[in-house]
Ligand binder design. Structure first.
Ligand code: ADP
Ligand code: MG
Length: 680
């Protein structure tokens, strides 16, 4: 029987009530507890002599209780316990609040390890509420778990210990012996025991390394196995190159990078036995739309239809309008198909798609609905693909007989991550912006400077420019008090500082029609300042907008901030991004500092991945990536090794059917259970 089938309530001291708290952490079974790895460790081995203590650092001292515990009542009905401890080099005061058990836990004359932050005041050195361990039973390295209200670290430690004791003596290691030997990985039993309760630092590192390796390997194999089959044959070889005649009629000359992207696609569609399966990655504003348009034209002139799917109504409409302009001088028929159209409109458009009368259809996910049938779909394009699941992309492609597939992404993805997520795609990177762009200047300010910043916005508006202000929330009550919501913010501006300026509001809860109206007004410069939530993040293109001001900037991931900033600096005017934040959290300053330092999306993506991990980077689920329990993508070496191992394994057993791979295969299936990419 698997420990995943043993409920957590089998552990001593865990009844229904406490089990509900464990469930909050995703721990339902004993098996879950075993794979609920510590987020970090306390290392009790580096002992500092009392005389060497530096104030304001966390340190461990090994000291004897030198005075009885003195319990004192302080204000508010609270209690304080004070005592002194000493080693050979000096005395240290300890203070605990509201813990009446201290006198029974710390015995006069006995020696303990204490860990805590040391402060220095007129009474000397002092540690407030240190952790402590009796010398005899103290593990040198103790695990620290992510907690939830009602569960403390001691409970987690107890649950982990008992769970590990239930592991069978003989375990089948999911990593085959040859892989383990080749990469010098410890065995599963050692790894599980030492990841929770390492015997020393080295054991901890070996345990973690092995588990990370294993998880990345499973991720690699799982993604490869769920990938669309790229060995399909395609009957559509577009031998005639029609892109040049289209490009020459554009109002601008393509950049070198754009032209390369076009050429890559043309070559794929002409030469490859299997359909094109390409990702074009380019920073915001790099001109991916024009590349797509050329490819659509090329597809149509080769006798097929093209579909262009965008993640939002606004964006679909904007692409549609761009296409209408670009195709105005051609005989190509471009139409729009979105969810917000009336049933009758949709029916009509679908009929014309099915009859082949429409050559290019631009739309939202309405395109992949069952009722959309193409006469001859030759190329399926999805824009801003990280918003779509792998499955949705596949669903659009399934509308044709193995059509060519093109995916656009404005989210620069670190190479390491790209290899996993887009392992089956050929990649073109557009690393050049159209000429005439100026870098956006970015500033980080506190709320005390907001007044001044708004003055700056006003000045820009007076010069004829437009501004965005982004707030994290739509309305009150959605989050913590200190967060600004777009509705109140807009109201305040309209009544106050911006009463002579036209202010608009845009958020995801508005009806699509209303959103479009507001966007249209902004595009026409009837609205000067647009207060919005992140719905402006994707794609919207207003060249006259020069300021992007972002409130509670600490709330957004770097990639989102970068996307938002990409809304300005799209025209000839000098543009600015103002990040407003009072948050002095651990990473905040570092993260927001990156924004001020660089406009390079790839650099920002790398940093984002390092600081926040892939989970926050963009919804894992949407990418078909499972939730990881220990690995991240910051360790490039382990990632590369696991990739190599995945290839090695697949060479030997392309579908993982080999007997030695059974346990691994089962584990991979479990890992991917929660994603839309379920294996079968
Ligand atoms: P993105 O890659 O973010 O989708 P777009 O396709 O929206 O970028 O292009 C951004 C803007 O740059 C558009 O207004 C487009 O007309 C313009 N543009 C695209 N390519 C060029 C070019 N080669 N020269 C000048 N302007 C261009
Ligand atoms: Mg775009």
């Amino acid at each position: 029987m698997s420990l995943y089938d043993v409920p957590i309530t089998k552990l001593s001291g865990i009844g229904e009530k406490r089990a509900a708290l464990f469930r909050k952490l995703g721990i339902v079974s004993v098996g879950d507890m075993i794979t609920y790895y510590p987020r970090s460790y306390d290392n009790w081995s580096a002992v500092t002599a009392v005389a060497d203590i530096e104030p304001d650092t966390v340190c461990v001292v090994k000291a004897k209780v030198a005075t009885p515990v003195n319990n004192i009542r302080i204000s508010g009905g609270r209690t304080m316990a004070k005592l002194s401890v000493c080693d050979d080099t000096g005395y240290l005061n300890l203070v605990f609040f509201n813990n009446k058990y201290i006198s029974s836990m710390l015995r006069y004359g006995e020696t303990y390890l204490f860990m805590g932050r040391v402060a220095y005041d007129k009474y000397g050195y002092q540690m407030v509420s240190p952790e402590f361990n009796k010398l005899s039973d103290s593990a040198i390295i103790t695990p620290i778990y992510h907690l939830t209200a009602g569960l403390n670290n001691h409970m987690m430690i107890r649950a982990a210990k008992e769970s590990l004791s239930m592991l069978p003596r003989e375990m089948r290691d999911p990593l085959p012996d040859d892989i383990r030997n080749r990469y010098e990985l410890c065995d599963l039993s050692f790894a599980l025991n030492n990841v929770h309760f390492p015997v020393d630092l080295n054991a901890m590192e070996r345990a973690r390394h092995r588990l990370i390796f294993e998880e990345l390997l499973m991720l690699n194999l799982g993604m490869r196995l769920t990938k669309s089959k790229s060995n399909e044959q395609t009957a559509m070889h577009f031998t005639a190159d029609h892109t040049a005649e289209f490009i020459k009629n554009l109002p601008f000359t393509l950049t070198g990078a754009q032209q390369r992207a076009v050429d890559d696609c043309v070559r794929d569609m002409r030469d490859k036995p299997s359909p094109m399966n390409r990702l074009i990655q380019g920073d915001v504003g790099s001109g991916k739309t024009a590349v797509c348009a050329a490819i659509c034209y090329h597809t149509v002139k080769n006798g097929c239809q093209a579909a262009f799917m965008a993640p939002t109504e606004i964006l679909a409409r904007q692409h549609y309008e761009t296409f209408q302009r670009m195709f105005a001088h051609t005989d190509v028929c471009v139409e729009l198909l979105t969810g917000s159209m009336t049933a009758a409109e949709k029916r009509k458009t679908r009929a014309r798609v099915e009859s082949g009368e429409i050559d290019i259809v631009v739309g939202t996910h309405a395109l992949v609905s069952e009722s959309t049938v193409f006469a001859k779909l030759g190329c399926a394009i999805t824009d801003e693909q990280h918003r779509f699941g792998v499955a949705q992309r596949a669903r659009l492609a399934a509308k044709g007989e193995h059509p060519h597939v093109l995916v656009l992404s404005a989210t620069p993805i670190p190479r390491t991550l790209g290899l996993i997520i887009y392992g089956d795609l050929d990649i073109t990177i557009i690393d050049e912006l159209p000429p005439g762009r100026t870098e956006v200047d970015t500033y980080l300010i506190g709320t005390d400077k907001r007044e001044r910043a708004l003055g700056f916005l006003k000045q820009q508006v007076e010069e004829g420019r437009q501004c965005y202000i982004v707030c994290p929330l739509v309305e009150e009550g959605e989050g913590a008090d200190e967060l600004l919501n777009a509705n109140d913010y807009a109201a305040e501006l309209m009544l106050g500082a911006f009463r002579d300026i036209s202010v608009g509001i845009l958020h995801g809860k508005m009806k699509p029609k209303d959103k479009e109206n507001v966007m249209a007004q902004f595009a026409a410069n009837e609205i000067s300042v647009l207060v919005s939530t992140t719905v402006v993040e994707v794609g919207v293109d207003v060249k006259n907008a020069t300021v992007m001001m972002i409130e509670n900037a600490e709330r957004f991931g770097l990639s989102t901030l970068h996307q938002l900033r990409g809304r300005v600096g799209r025209g000839q005017y000098k543009s600015y991004c103002i990040l407003v934040s009072d948050n002095q959290g651990e990473n905040t300053e570092q993260r927001l500092g990156v924004m001020c330092r660089t406009n390079n999306g790839f650099e920002i993506a790398d940093m984002d991945l390092k600081l926040r991990g892939p989970g926050d980077f963009f919804g894992n689920r949407q990418h078909g990536l499972p939730q990881l329990s220990i690995a991240d993508f910051s360790d490039a070496d382990t990632l590369a090794q696991s990739q190599e191992a995945a290839e090695y394994i697949l060479r030997i057993s392309p579908d993982l059917s080999g007997e030695a791979l059974r346990p691994l295969r089962a584990k991979i299936r479990k890992l991917f259970e929660t994603t839309e990419n379920s294996m079968n």
